[in-house]
Design a protein around this ligand. Structure first.
Ligand code: 2RA
Length: 335
């Protein structure tokens, strides 16, 4: 397979290269691509250095698949051009996710929607992906009616500038460093919590919160699930964490819930209270699975469950999910 990675020098693009190599995706030719300012830079794949090329040149190279992580406006402009050249795009931005003609795919849940006619395929938002991976087996068994989710999101979800801001602030606090750094956020993030991810919309929610609401329904193919979200940035780097409260139509047995999660694809249950084992971003970091713990009944109302869900947002929340989509396309001769 000729594989293009668009946005190859960014945090997610770099992770895509790493995940393609680790999973031994059958790459016959790697085509790293980026915007004009990064053209000519070098990236490494399986020990070899590759020069980053521009968009036009990448289309001319005719990759079978292009994994995009270059931001919404780049995807809006360039994904249709790649698609028109017969190249299948798996896009990590939010540009195409809610387009009714574009599949929004988490392979463990809805890869069956994919056909060879799909030339633009959307990768869901990181915080949505990890929640629905845990939700899917439970929704199938008990039918989720309403979800209340609060997130605790890693600065890596914002990108390199936010990682530098957190590192810079910590260096200043701990070592008195005078070294300057750019601000990715309006406020300090170290020793702080920012209850805003992405821009505010007219309804008072952030775009990130509404992504969780709308994308969940589309991936689960169920518009009746009611979702409300509060998304929050915290000074962490390993992954995103979520407190998820799910009200089901049917009652459940906690042992069965645990069994359903333990046997669900892509899920690892870490829930051993006597030993104080529960999912944490520092343990999820660099892992592909979604970790679920603190599994308990919400005692305030019937048929309702509380979960704590953690995953590496750059992996299952972005790069790994995109590569899994490409794996499914390749395995089913759809590219
Ligand atoms: C974030 N959800 O964590 C975004 C990244 N896609 O900010």
């Amino acid at each position: 397979m000729r594989v293009a990675v668009v946005g190859a020098t960014g945090l997610v693009g770099t992770k895509m290269l790493q995940v393609l190599a680790e999973r031994n995706f059958p790459v016959s030719e790697l085509i790293p691509v980026a915007s004009a300012k990064s053209v000519g830079k070098e990236v490494e794949f399986k020990g070899t250095k590759y020069k980053v090329i521009g968009m036009e040149e990448a289309i001319a190279a005719k990759p079978n698949v292009a994994l995009f992580s270059a931001g919404g406006s780049t995807s809006t402009e360039w994904a249709p051009k790649f698609a028109a050249a017969g190249i299948t795009v798996v896009d990590n931005s939010s540009a195409w996710r809610m387009d009714p003609k574009v599949p929004l795919v988490v392979p463990e849940i809805n890869a069956d929607v994919l056909t060879s006619n799909d030339k633009i395929i959307a990768n869901p938002n990181c915080s949505t992906i990890q929640m629905v991976v845990a939700l899917a087996p439970l929704h199938k068994a008990y039918k989720a009616q309403r979800i209340v989710v609060s997130t605790y999101q890693s600065v890596t979800g914002t990108g390199v500038k936010a990682v530098s801001q957190l590192r810079g602030e910590r260096q200043k606090e701990v070592a008195g460093s005078e070294e300057g750094y750019e601000m990715a956020y309006k406020y300090p993030i170290d020793l702080n919590v920012i209850p805003q991810i992405d821009v505010f919309l007219d309804n008072g929610y952030t775009k990130e919160e509404m992504k969780m609401v709308n994308e969940t329904k589309k991936i689960m193919r169920d518009d009746s699930i009611r979702v409300t979200a509060t998304t929050v940035r915290i000074p962490v780097m390993g992954g995103h964490s979520e407190a998820v409260n799910i009200e089901f139509e049917k009652d459940f047995d906690l042992a069965e819930v645990r069994h359903l999660l333990e046997t669900a694809p892509g899920v690892v249950v870490t829930d051993d209270l006597p030993n104080q084992h529960y999912p944490m971003p520092m343990d999820a970091h660099e892992k592909d699975e979604v970790f679920v713990g603190r599994i308990r009944r919400d005692e305030s109302q019937p048929n309702t469950l509380n979960l704590w869900v953690v995953s590496d947002n750059l992996r299952k929340g972005a790069a790994t999910n995109a590569v899994q989509v490409a794996e499914y396309l390749a395995a089913n001769n759809l590219i």
